[in-house]
Design a protein around this ligand. Sequence first.
Ligand SMILES: Cc1ncc(COP(=O)(O)O)c(C=O)c1O
Length: 383
Amino acid sequence: MWETNGLLGAILTQKLPNHPKEIQHLCTMQVHNFSAGPCILPQEVMQQAAEAVKSFGPGGLSLIEMSHRSKEFVAVMEEARALAKSLRDLPDRYEVLFLQGGASLGFLTAAYNLLPENGSAHYVDTGTWANNAIKEARHLGEIDVLASSKETNYDHIPSFDAPRGGSYLHITSNNTIFGTQYAQLPKAPVPLVADMSSDIFSRSFDAEDYALIYAGAQKNMGPAGTVFYAVDPDRIGKTGRNIPSYLDLNVHIKKESMFNTPPVFSVYVTLLMLRWMRDQGGLEAMQSRAAARAAAMYNEIDRNPLFVGHAEIGSRSQMNATFRLAEGVDGAAFDALWAEAGISGIKGHRSVGGYRASMYNALPLESVQVLVSTMQHFEQHHG
Ligand SMILES: Cc1ncc(COP(=O)(O)O)c(C=O)c1O
């Protein structure tokens, strides 16, 4: 790894003559992609996606130039919905949808489908995205913020008593920006609604607790462009609201996720990713891969005196590790080192600063080991 990455570093800093083919090869094969999203996908998924863009349907039609009503694409949508349901082990009655609008439209969709006229709901404020969910839901009714960790720059998941009233409790299971995650998902006497954009398909939990789960695909399950919804049809559509068609989950359920033209490319690549997860051993395998990556990363953050973690230990995310340099440490040499090692996407979000290593389902443990070695190398050569 180090040898090849040294070569990559040399090429990138132009110590070697230009060899476009080699550069292309090293860049696609050797970048350790820690991007927070859109993010890393497995090479084999990327290759199959590229093939499908070239030729997919009858007569060699491209996936992105054929009808979404064709039997080939209908089969893609059906398999993606069924596979997501079985991989996540959702109860039979649940419906899976792949819609557009990002998780950001999910904030509003959740409220439209679950918050009755003149009703109220409870939200937990664990960061930027949770806040956006609150803002959107407030267009439609009374929102009680049960707990917030804003005062400490969202460095932990706040504790709270489960609400007894209200229509639902909304949580953001993993906070991408701040690097926190519910170690234990809450239980409540009211239905749960969750934005699981950055930890979907990385661990198992009892889906029966949830009236609705939504997640932008672009972190753990595919490319940007589609949003995964898992809906309990028995618990939605009782709001008494006139819901605009696209925001009405019952409309999408009736139309089997084909109410309008679906994002065909994103749904297909998501299907490839779902197959990849199944072939790796399903949710159990994703869960143990995530645990191994997180253990390697946090061990180093805790061991290395030059780095400090952002999130409190009990709230640490297995998906996004946020950390910064210890007081007074100049990071210029570290920044040069990780760039040389082929590491990409670890600059922290502006609201936290420092670094963020996003370790989604497709990230190999090997990439985390390269980052850990780089941190150790920095420590050894630090003046
Ligand atoms: C937890 C979480 N929720 C929501 C969003 C917003 O997703 P989108 O860009 O798909 O609207 C993000 C984006 O990073 C996120 O991390």
